[in-house]
Design a protein around this ligand. Structure first.
Ligand SMILES: Cc1ncc(COP(=O)(O)O)c(C=O)c1O
Length: 387
């Protein structure tokens, strides 16, 4: 069955985007900033006790950052380049956390010189770097968590450390004159199993208690990461349910007197606000008897749809054509055979879909435009408009 767009986007907003898009050449992404504002308000309502650090990597557009700035949101930053952009908007460094555990010493120094005093870490070498380049700063240690199998875009293994190591690092941080501030984790992006937070919060509680009892260190903060849901084809619970459940996990472990709670949302704030407007370049069958048509679009893995890798994120796709549907293989326009979007999971698109028809990719506001290649096969980066 073709999707019903109203399950993913407000019908009025979609009409507005389609009208706006009519006289423009595809492909491009349109972001509705009112949707981002709504999602932010929803998150604040659901987690009234938490400080929000927007994960800039999800969509670093000036228009989004300015909106976040004006809503008093804080910023989770991954590089000196994101830092420069955020600071150029007049955002003060006490609203910034350097959330990347993989960083050059000179970059830590740069952050420190710009006034940033909060750093994530998960290794001894990195902590020693921070102690040298950003003396006296607050650090939080990222732990490994479960959740790989239930997150659509897992962040396993590469980041975080085991609990014993996390405690060693906290003690080392204190010895090196840093402020051991808290523990962070990320249960995986688009995490559809809310229980992943339960397991992680339980681990954090164990660390808080042991460090207090055995080392007289009182940690003050838990960073619950991102992982909150956007609206894609694979269903997730709504944000309210995440809020209720995670709040319950927190109070079960920590009682009513919670430590400072930080959230680092990216996808859940931005994804649903974006519609990628694209066009069919070619439709082909590979043999006289082939059961599936190949539909080649003017966007692909290299123009923003990298999260189709391993068919991880399944975006809702809408064509506007009606009638009988057929399973298709979807691919991008470049001369690279990795540029196939969905081959195992078969989208069903109308049989009467034709070359040059428009295809709308819903929920594409996050992790798309910033992933788009600069000139692969000569194609320019994905254009973005804000309405
Ligand atoms: C450290 C950190 N925080 C937050 C996020 C945002 O996660 P999400 O987009 O799932 O909200 C990411 C995503 O990669 C991350 O690496």
């Amino acid at each position: 069955m073709p999707i019903s767009p109203e399950e993913y986007i407000n019908p009025e907003t979609f009409e507005r985007i389609k009208t706006f898009a009519e006289d423009k050449d595809t492909p491009f992404l349109v972001i509705d900033t009112a949707t981002v504002e709504r999602r932010l308000e929803q998150l604040i309502n659901v987690f009234p006790y938490a400080s929000i650090y927007y994960a800039v990597k999800a969509n670093p557009a000036i228009e989004i950052l300015t909106m976040m700035r004006d809503k008093n949101v804080n910023f989770d930053i991954a590089s000196i380049y994101e830092l420069d952009r955020v600071l150029s908007l007049g955002i003060s460094p006490d609203r910034i956390s350097f959330g990347n555990t993989i960083k050059k010493s000179k970059d830590v120094r740069y952050f420190y010189e710009k006034g940033v005093r909060m750093y994530a870490t998960d290794s001894e070498a990195d902590i020693r770097n921070i102690a040298r380049a950003a003396p006296g700063s607050r650090i939080y240690v990222r732990i490994l968590t479960e959740g790989t199998l239930t997150a659509d875009w897992p962040l396993s293994r590469k980041f975080g450390c085991q609990l014993d190591m996390a405690m060693d690092l906290i003690i080392l941080a204190k010895d090196l004159g840093l402020i051991p501030y808290g523990i962070s984790f990320h249960v995986g992006s688009q995490q559809r199993e809310i229980g992943a937070w339960d397991a992680a919060i339980g681990k954090v509680k164990g660390i808080f208690d042991r460090l207090e009892q055995e080392d007289d260190i009182n940690l003050q903060m838990i960073n619950l990461g991102g992982g909150f849901p956007a609206n894609y084809l694979s269903k997730a619970n709504d944000l309210e349910t995440y809020g209720q459940e995670i709040t319950r996990f927190l109070t079960e472990s920590f009682g009513d007197d919670l430590p400072q709670i930080i959230l680092e949302p990216g996808r859940s704030l931005i994804a649903d606000a974006g519609v990628m407007v694209t066009e069919v370049v070619l439709i082909a069958r590979k043999s006289r008897t082939a059961l599936h048509r190949w539909v080649y679009l003017d966007v692909g893995k290299f123009s923003g749809l990298i999260e189709t890798m391993d068919e991880s994120i399944k975006y809702p796709i809408f064509t506007g054509k009606k009638g009988e549907v057929e399973e298709v293989v979807l691919a991008g326009p470049t001369c690279d055979s990795a540029d196939i979007l969905y081959e195992n999971y078969k989208y069903k698109l109308p049989l009467n879909l034709a070359i040059s028809d428009r295809v709308y990719w819903l929920s594409t506001g996050a992790y798309t435009s910033s992933y788009s290649a600069v000139e692969f096969n000569g194609f320019p980066p994905l254009a973005v408009y804000f309405i």
